[in-house]
Ligand binder design. Structure first.
Ligand code: NAP
Length: 353
């Protein structure tokens, strides 16, 4: 569809999410990696020499030869930048780039809950991208910041949104079993995680309890209105490499049978699927039968890691229905989610440089 590929850069290119960006963008039909940025520890060196590559896919040769630039001077050739920075660095560096006219698609939590920053899951709230013009006017930027959600939130909303559209979601209880790669590289020391389950910080639980309400809420005339959904989360890190599992109970505003719920998941096709965007999973939600699925090793690559997998759908003794869900945390939960947002904006012609 694109006449020529759009140059893109990755900030935080050496980390766990940065590497996913490289892997997903290396042969992308619309985007071409031109800039790799990281801290001064990596800057000035050949990417292949500085990165500790942790993915199964080989490091693409053309990327290995690129020189890493330092991010803290806010300079990059590509106008479109995917950010995989830690939150503290994102807080200062992302607005610096946006003020210089760059389009930032951020994985960090730093700007997600700002009142003029769209927090977008492409299937759920693409209309929130209309906020960009207000953000630019308010901050005097030619660029912008668009965030994608926390990895656990992304897949939780991936399963809740079809139910919310069909029946209305009133209350959610979720207990998570989150993969090691969610903590970045090298993450939690192996001696702390092997043979163990590590309860997460309250900060993670707070993200999972609030981000879905912004994403599934309304947008009108430069204001977000949070969805009226009560969520309680219990988050844990487990010794799984990739793929977050979540045990979910929901109270619905309208009654639904098990068949109704399965139909809501299976008929869920949104804008990315209708437009056939390059990274869009179709189906977006994969429903598995049987009491022993989903499992991270077997199911995390559903839809090339972009789908949310649900199973074990059954009545709940406390709320109405319960189920398990699984999703890849560094693909759909991070880099892939950002890329899908950028694909939609590219499709709309809003990433012209
Ligand atoms: P990570 O493995 O720790 O990587 C951090 C990256 O940021 C590295 O490339 C590092 O470069 C760079 N960096 C650190 N300090 C910097 C500075 N002062 N200036 C420029 N670059 C700097 O972290 P990650 O897991 O990839 O996570 C990246 C972001 O995505 C975080 O905000 C995280 O919360 C979010 N996220 C992660 C996941 C996940 O599943 N992992 C999911 C969703 C969102 P050097 O190598 O040069 O130090």
């Amino acid at each position: 569809m694109m006449e020529s590929k759009i140059p893109v850069g990755i900030i935080g290119a050496t980390g766990a999410v940065g590497q996913r960006f490289i892997s997903l963008l290396a042969n992308h039909p619309w985007f071409e990696i031109t800039d790799l940025l990281a801290s001064e520890r990596s800057a000035g060196r050949r990417y292949g020499d500085v990165v500790k590559w942790i993915l199964d896919d080989p490091l693409p040769a053309q990327v290995a030869d690129l020189a890493v630039r330092r991010a803290d001077d806010g300079e990059a050739d590509a106008r479109v930048l995917f950010s995989a920075l830690p939150a503290a660095e994102a807080r200062t560096l992302e607005p610096l780039f946006a003020s210089k006219g760059h389009f930032i698609f951020s994985n960090a939590s730093a700007w997600r809950m700002e009142e003029d920053v769209p927090l977008v899951i492409t299937e759920v709230n693409p209309n929130h991208l209309d906020m960009i013009s207000h953000q630019q006017a308010r901050r005097g930027w030619d660029g912008f910041i668009v965030c994608n959600a926390n990895c656990t939130t992304t897949h939780l909303v991936g399963a809740l949104h079809p139910l919310h559209l069909a029946f209305g979601v009133e209350k959610v209880f979720v207990a998570t079993l989150q993969a090691a790669s969610g903590a970045g590289y090298p993450g939690i020391p192996s001696m702390d995680l092997i043979d163990n389950v590590v309860p997460h910080s309250y900060g993670e639980e707070q993200k999972v309890e609030t981000e879905p309400r912004k994403i599934m809420g309304a947008y009108k005339d430069g204001r977000f209105q949070f969805a009226d959904i009560l969520i309680t989360a219990h988050c844990h890190r487990v010794p799984v490499l990739d793929g977050h599992t979540e045990a979910v109970s929901v109270a619905l505003r309208q009654s639904a049978t098990r068949e109704d719920i399965i139909d809501a998941f299976q008929s869920y096709r949104q804008l990315p699927q209708e437009l056939n965007l390059p990274s869009a999973p179709d189906p977006a939600v994969v429903v598995l039968e049987g009491m022993h699925r989903p499992q991270p090793r077997l199911d995390r690559m559903a839809g090339k890691g972009m789908a949310t997998v649900v199973g074990r759908i059954r009545p709940c003794n406390l709320l109405d229905w319960r189920f398990s869900l699984l999703g890849h945390n560094t693909i759909r939960g991070a880099a892939g989610g950002s890329i899908l947002n950028a694909e939609l904006m590219a499709y709309w012609g809003k990433l012209a440089t």
